[in-house]
Design a protein around this ligand. Structure first.
Ligand code: PEP
Ligand code: MG
Length: 289
């Protein structure tokens, strides 16, 4: 399959029946794009920014340069950058807190909202970088719409402040990750968001109550469990009905064993690890949808 996959890399992804599927890449460090030919993908569906927050909290200039590099690499193609998803399995010294149950604690947008002085630095860097390409921004671990609203207000405030200072910037579309079951069950509460991106890694772990980092329960943590697929299918149907774009950026999107079920559930927009790009396109070509 891997040999065959190589021949698919250069072409747009199509199913056997000719249905187009957008395939973007997931990246973390900006150097990840160095080995990728932009012609082989439809942009960046998920740029994780946790890497930046490794040892010390990154300043605005450092973040701005990282985001700008990826946007310039992508040119016209969209780049979706996710605000920092620290906490859970991704502790950041000096930022995250000690918790007995970190996956259910102060992680993702919860932590960003609790530490606005850190979050606002990232917001300013994103607003400034947005002029260099087609940026979209999304928030991780959204559970209630108030979190989206608070973050959107902070974007508007920082934008106004940049305006006053005469610093070039642009407001990107703001979307949310669908990875907490409360969102997948009631997407109608989140129609203010410009787009949805399904985080199947966390969605599966929270729906199945099976930690993503625990091998002894890995058999339970599957995006192909009918309960998870039904939820994904209902989010897709809602997005179609209301004209909200819905994509998926969890690891399942690059897994040939899961791709048929995801397309069946209605997905036409996947974001995968760069190493999975060719395999994902080959697997899509095997589906008869
Ligand atoms: C996910 O949860 O599916 C996702 C894409 O985000 P992360 O793996 O970074 O939590
Ligand atoms: Mg996640």
């Amino acid at each position: 399959r891997r040999d065959r996959a190589g021949t698919f890399l250069a072409r747009p992804a199509l199913t056997k029946a000719g249905t187009a599927v957008r395939v973007q890449v997931n990246i973390a460090d900006p150097s990840d794009v160095d080995g990728i030919d932009i012609a082989t993908c439809d942009g960046v569906g998920l740029m994780r920014t946790e890497f930046l927050f490794g040892k010390t909290l990154p300043d605005e200039e450092t973040q701005y340069r990282c985001y700008r590099k990826v946007l310039e690499w992508a040119g016209e193609k969209p780049v979706t950058i996710r605000t920092v998803d620290a906490g859970g399995d991704k502790p950041v010294p000096g930022f995250t807190v000690e918790e007995s149950n970190p996956f259910l604690g102060l992680r993702g947008i919860r932590l960003s909202l609790a530490r606005p002085e850190v979050f606002r630095v990232q917001i300013r860097a994103l607003l400034r970088a947005a002029i260099h390409g087609s940026l979209k921004v999304m928030f991780p671990m959204i559970a209630v719409v108030e979190e989206y609203r608070q973050a959107a207000v902070m974007f508007a405030e920082e934008r106004a402040a940049l305006d006053v200072r005469g610093i070039p910037h642009k407001m990107p579309p703001l979307g949310i990750m669908v990875e907490v079951p409360s969102v997948a069950i009631m997407p109608e509460a989140f129609t203010e968001a410009a787009f949805f991106s399904i985080g199947s890694n966390d969605l599966a772990q929270y729906v199945m109550a099976a930690a993503r980092d625990n091998a002894t329960v890995a058999h339970l943590n599957s995006v192909r469990h009918p309960a998870v697929l039904r939820l994904i299918g209902s989010v897709m149907a809602f997005g179609r009905e209301r004209g909200i774009p819905v994509s998926l950026c969890g690891d399942a999107g690059g897994d040939p064993a899961s791709i048929p079920s995801l397309l069946e559930a209605g997905l036409r927009d996947l974001s995968v690890a760069p190493a999975q790009l060719a395999m994902a396109k080959a697997a899509i070509a095997d589906v008869s949808i």
